[in-house]
Structure formats: C-alpha cells, structure tokens
Design a protein around this ligand. Structure first.
Ligand code: SAH
Length: 402
C-alpha cells in the first residue's frame, strides 16, 4: 500500500462528515461545499471536511444525487489492483459458509454490503454474472474482472449491464457480453441440494433470484403438511420445486406472466425427478388469477406471494402500499382457515413494518386472525452494511391465517 497517490479533492459543507464517520458510504450532492473540478463521471476523489481533514476516498459522479460513493476511509489505501483483490477476497471468504456440495450458487459481491458500491456479482457454479450500476465501478471494470478471475478460478464471466438505472449514471444500457472465458446458455446449479438450470444470458436480472434461498428452505416444513400449494410470481419455480420435493403428495400451482419462466419451471421439476404433469403451470397475471380462483372457491393450504418491486421510487410508495394490501387480501381469500401465507416485498422503499401493515389490514378487511410465525430479510450472501439500512430491500413474512 502506498500513501503517495493523491486524488482530486471534494470538500464537504461544515459537519457533513458525521454520517461518513459512522460508516455510511454515500455523499449526496447537497453535502458538497465544493465539487471537484475537471473530473470525469466516476473519477476518484478524496473527500475532505470543511476544515480540510481527510475523511474518505471514493468515486464521484456530477450527474447523480449520490455524488460520491465511498471506497475506503483509510488514507493509506490507494484504489488499485490490490484494493480490488482484497475486497473480492473478503467477499469470497464470507461465502465459505456454504457447503459447495449443497449450495454452489450465491451472490458473491453485494455492492455496498461488500464494500464495492455499484457492483453485483452472482455465482452460478463455475460461472459469474456481473452487473455494474455506476460510472465509478465501470471505470474499474478491468480491475473487477482480473480480481474475480484471480480469486475465484471462474470459467466464464458474463456482463449483464442491462439495468435501466445505468442511464442516470450516464452509462449505456447494454446487451449481455462475455468478459472472460466461455458462458453457456444453461448452467446447472445446486441450492440447498436442490437442482436448478439457470440461463445467465436471458434470465431475469442475473438469471436466478438468489435472495430467496433461505425462505425457500424455510418453506419446506410448511409444505410437508400441505395438499395444495400456490406459488404466485413463481418465475422459474424456485419455491415450487422445494415444495414438491418436501411433499411428493402435494399439488403445486405456479403462476407467472413470463412464458419462458413458466417453461423453465417445468424443466426444473424434471431435473429434480418430479413429474411436471402432476402439477399446474399457468402463464397469467397473478391479480387476475387470484380473483378468478376466489370466484371459483379454490382453497390452498400454502400461498406464496413474491411479487416484483411495486415501489421503484419513493413517490410510488403510497400506490405500492395499496397494491400490497390488495395482493395480500386476494392471497388470504384463497387460503383455507389455518393455511400458511408467505408474503414478500423486494421494494427498497417499503419497510418490514409497511409489509406487516399491509398483511394486518388485509386480515382486518377479511376479519381473519393472523399469527406471525417468522420474518426474514436477505440471506448471508446479501450482507447489508450496518450503517446503511437503506440498501436493504427484501422483507419476507410467514404467517398462519385463521
Ligand atoms: N419467486 C421467484 C422470483 C419472483 S420475481 C423465485 O423464487 O425465483 C417476480 C416474478 O413476477 C417475475 O418472474 C415476473 O415475471 C413475475 N411477474 C411480474 N408481474 C406479474 C404479474 N402481474 N403476474 C404474474 N407474474 C408477474
């Protein structure tokens, strides 16, 4: 490490360094007294307090509300190959909690949670899928790829830089592109011993929703005693396969608007030795489906609701709360008395209390008692920086509805 490197300076307004000293990794543009001059979006800067003391080092973007994302608070730490390798090595070390014979797919780098703002890396067996969300991380693209190759021994790295949020950063929204080695269109992975085929090229996000691993595992014990299970927003059938494996006698209905996802769900059943024709796979809008099911008097023993984010912005919050209320009401209406509801929200702007509120309002509307059984957030491979609760997004609640 060398302290000889100097970066352009960004000066803070008086007393604006407090949250940074508490470990927060963002500086909003309003906190800057003097933005750095002559620096391209994503360029490295040293953040100094109003009194001129070094506070942190990070990357700057003049085009975004979050003007600076912090990479280090150590003045001695320069941002180079070694820095990137240390961060990736630390991320890899955390994931040693997984027994590779059971689980060889997980989030390998969770952005701020792993000290690398703007970077997501998901591991699917020997393949890595990378998403870069910020101009600062884009500038470190080759450091990222080199460190991943060195530290993981991966066979192939695919860039999935297709997130619309890149536009805000002044970045292109791109198609999938191989950055290292070779990447097949289907990768077989194990999650808690359950097999899945993942399509890193065409699948949603990076191909598979790794953030539900622990909730899928938790579902097993409820599915074991259920005859009819409904998995709403099933995608490629993650919850459905776990349920079918834990109870060969259960009948499982999987509903999603995406035809390729539903087709893939059937394949996951076969891959795990389950006859898909004994179950139901529906390409449908969940709200329409639930309304119809309720009219038909259908009842399930377990209902899973794992919708996409309803609130993508803060302004969309009140609309989203209504949608969660409506969805949970519909979900409860097709749940037999004593049935289990697993309900989730992956909206960053909706908190656990909001989701609990939506469930309890649905229960009041239907005059049904609800017992709260378990609450979850992310798995261990999605670490959340303790000083940055706003980077946590997933909430999941298991309850029994009387
Ligand atoms: N539970 C899944 C992940 C769900 S992601 C898993 O464990 O892998 C959200 C899913 O909702 C996506 O597959 C998307 O295609 C689907 N979707 C979005 N809006 C929908 C709607 N109105 N009705 C049905 N499916 C919808």
């Amino acid at each position: 490490m060398s302290s000889s490197v100097h970066y352009p300076t960004a000066s803070l307004k008086p007393r604006r360094e407090e949250s940074l000293l508490n470990g927060h990794l963002w500086i909003f543009s309003g906190a800057l007294q003097q933005p750095p001059h002559w620096i391209e979006p994503g360029g490295l800067v040293d953040v100094k307090s109003a009194t001129g003391d070094f506070v942190a080092r990070g990357y700057y973007n003049p085009n975004t509300d979050i003007a600076i994302r912090i990479l280090t608070r150590d003045i001695e730490e320069s941002i180079d190959e070694e820095f990137m390798r240390r961060r990736i090595r630390s991320a890899v070390a955390l994931r040693q909690v997984f027994d590779p014979d059971k689980t060889n797919t997980y989030r390998l780098v969770n952005a701020e949670g792993d000290g690398l703002p703007g970077l997501i890396v998901d591991r699917f067996a020997e393949i890595l899928v990378v998403q870069i969300h910020t101009a600062g991380m884009e500038r470190m693209h080759s450091l990222v790829i080199d460190a991943l190759v060195e530290e993981t021994g991966t066979r192939g790295i695919l860039m999935r830089n297709d997130s619309q949020s890149r536009r805000r950063e002044g970045l292109e929204v791109e198609g999938p592109e191989v950055a290292f080695g070779g990447v097949p269109t289907q990768v077989a992975v194990r999650e808690n011993g359950v097999l899945f085929l993942v399509d890193p090229w065409q699948g949603q996000k990076t191909g598979f929703f790794l953030d539900q691993r622990d909730k899928r595992e938790a579902l097993r014990k409820y599915a074991g005693h259920a005859d009819r299970i409904l998995n709403c927003f099933s995608y490629t059938g993650g919850f459905s396969v776990y349920a079918a494996l834990s109870n060969p006698n259960a009948h499982i209905t999987s509903v999603d608007t995406s035809a390729p996802a539903i087709e893939a769900a059937r394949e996951q059943f076969m891959l795990n030795g389950i006859e898909p024709n004994a179950h139901q796979f529906l390409i449908a809008d969940v709200f329409d489906y639930l309304e119809q099911a309720q009219r038909d008097g259908e009842l399930f023993d377990v209902v899973v609701l794992d919708p996409p984010a309803f609130a993508k912005t803060k302004d969309a919050r009140s609309q989203a709360l209504k949608a969660y209320r409506r969805l949970n009401t519909l979900g409860m209406e097709v749940l037999r008395p004593g049935g289990i509801l697993l309900t989730c929200s992956c909206s960053g702007f909706i908190g656990m209390d909001d989701l609990l509120g939506a469930v309890s309002q649905a229960a009041q509307r239907l005059q049904r008692p609800v017992q709260l059984l378990e609450t979850y957030t992310h798995g261990v491979d999605h670490p959340i920086h303790l000083a940055m609760p706003e980077t946590s997004y997933l909430k999941a609640i298991f309850c029994r509805v009387g």
